[in-house]
Design a protein around this ligand. Sequence first.
Ligand code: DX5
Ligand code: ZN
Length: 224
Amino acid sequence: MAKVKLAPSILSADFACLGNQVEICLQEGCEYVHIDVMDGHFVPNITMGPNVVKSLKPLLVQYNAVMDVHLMISNPDIYLKEFAEAGADIITVHVESCGRLRETVDMIRSLGVRPGITLNPDTELEKILEVIPNVDLVLIMSVYPGFGGQELLPATMAKIASVRKILDETESQAELEVDGGIKVSNAHLVVQAGASVIVAGSAIFSSGTRIAHNIAEIRKVVDM
Ligand code: DX5
Ligand code: ZN
């Protein structure tokens, strides 16, 4: 099996030294950088926009890392071009915010960006099944979107396993990313269920120990 990729969510980083903290992640070998975009409408929190993507882009290029943009916003279609131009490599949209999911996915690809889809913990998998063959990444939310530092919802595990089964049966190369509440104590379970990309925010940036140490600890358990 391919090596599991780590995607630090910068939502929990110290924005006063964001570049430095992201560079530590990249030096430690993280393959992705996860950008949580929230609009205060689709979710009750406001975070960051295309400017942050643009500012971090040269650093990610230097380390050959993937700019992984997770849009938790209403009407994502209107912002896709801006995020593509800012340097997104992957743009993931929520089925709950897309009137025509297939069209949004096609629009992302036509902008030269790899499309991802995701769904809230309460949304049934059926809602995205039809579009899975057209995406490069399926993101399973293991918390309700909106805030870092929440506990992983155990019911998510079955959903991860179901998507892994679908991807394997259809010989899909799409990544299976899991996002929310992942830490040293549960990361191996998420990987066992079938994840290929692990998002971690608070476990990397705000667990009280050094970022490099936190990444090494997570890496140890996912590579087991
Ligand atoms: C939740 C975000 C996640 C979250 C991850 O809405 O999409 O990316 O910030 O943070 P932790 O790892 O702290 O749950
Ligand atoms: Zn996210």
